[in-house]
Design a protein around this ligand. Sequence first.
Ligand SMILES: Cc1cc2nc3c(=O)[nH]c(=O)nc-3n(C[C@H](O)[C@H](O)[C@H](O)COP(=O)(O)OP(=O)(O)OC[C@H]3O[C@@H](n4cnc5c(N)ncnc54)[C@H](O)[C@@H]3O)c2cc1C
Length: 387
Amino acid sequence: MQILEASDGVGGRVRTDRVEGFLLDRGFQVYLSAYPEAGKLLDLEALQLQVFEPGALVYDGRKRHRVMDIFRRPSQLIESAFSPVGSLVDKLRVALLRFRSLGSSTEEIANRPDRKTETFLKQFGFSDKMVNGFFRAFYGGIFLERELRTSSRMFEFTFKMFSQGSATLPARGMGEIPLQLARHLPPETIRINSAVAAVTKTSALLPGGEEIHGKLVVVATQAAQTSFLVPDFKAQAPSWRSVTNVYFSAEQSPLNEAIIALNNSENGLVNNVCVPSDVAPSYAPPGRSLISASVLGLHKDDTLPALIKEELTTWFGDQVEDWNHLRTDLIKHGLPEQAPDSSVSKPPGYLKMNDIWICGDHTTSASIEGAIISGTQTAIAIQKSLN
Ligand SMILES: Cc1cc2nc3c(=O)[nH]c(=O)nc-3n(C[C@H](O)[C@H](O)[C@H](O)COP(=O)(O)OP(=O)(O)OC[C@H]3O[C@@H](n4cnc5c(N)ncnc54)[C@H](O)[C@@H]3O)c2cc1C
């Protein structure tokens, strides 16, 4: 087997760089400890998963409110239940949704009627206040869109994962997840800096003219590249959601707890903020904090870090003035669009076109779990076809 990787390392969208002693993931992302298939393949203990608090801090431009999973943080029942983020009935509906998702298998969720997440939440009885004041910002950060137009199956699946486990960061960064998988392979299997220019059902062509032959070819690129390598795929290629992630370093953490902070106002650029070094101290050198701010969409303006600092001063006060900008990641191909009734969580988890195998998160669900399911299902199908 030969794996040809275009970039200078393995991991694709899940990579971590060490910069000035900080661990910078390429975009803010988390590993959900309850992912069932990923959990079978990965050595989770070796990843030393560091856990986020189950909940969020919500900033409305003037005040901060706490919304916690009261089943795991019962001591915060009163504060969460009476926070003005949604009504008491909304909080009870969250509990109902939690019971429903914990009582449903992932297969049941994948077979439920699919609609936009926003429609699902409203039909479930959540008030506009709760949808606008919590779900839009929390799931906006996960889906990379605040309209909540993403498939409700994807919503229900991630809600189940959050109820069943925790959002985590591996101690050595998110990039450690694919690195761990790659270590199972003999080193010569993976050739980096090898962008494939064209494929047939049994060969891959590299730009220098080198041709690599095999029994079969699997295209496991992100969907935008798949259209280029397998032109017939273009008709069903999804559009993309983008995100801009900005990192700052500071002497002190503005949060001092392992929690995600959300912008639930209709104004402002920032969708969510977290301090990865509050979750996993290894993300920053001793005595420093790493702050991550996510802005949905692509923002190429050089003034973005200054605009974010100005905005976050209303959240955290004057300490923001001393933050140093570390890096901005512009992620054009963040997540494939996952409209209701798309391939989300539906078998088989791969495609075959012109006898070329195609896999990746766009064939299952846009997540680490989805990418792993797709890879596994493709491998099983290939094994069957070879036998
Ligand atoms: C900012 C951000 C936040 C996210 N947050 C989360 C999260 O919190 N939790 C979660 O579970 N998931 C999250 N995801 C989604 C998750 O990262 C992806 O769903 C998953 O990594 C997709 O894996 P993949 O293997 O399908 O594709 P990719 O990771 O995109 O891998 C495709 C690979 O193909 C290579 N390639 C492309 N073209 C060629 C070519 N011509 N020749 C050779 N190689 C090529 C690329 O370099 C890349 O390595 C997030 C993604 C982003 C970007």
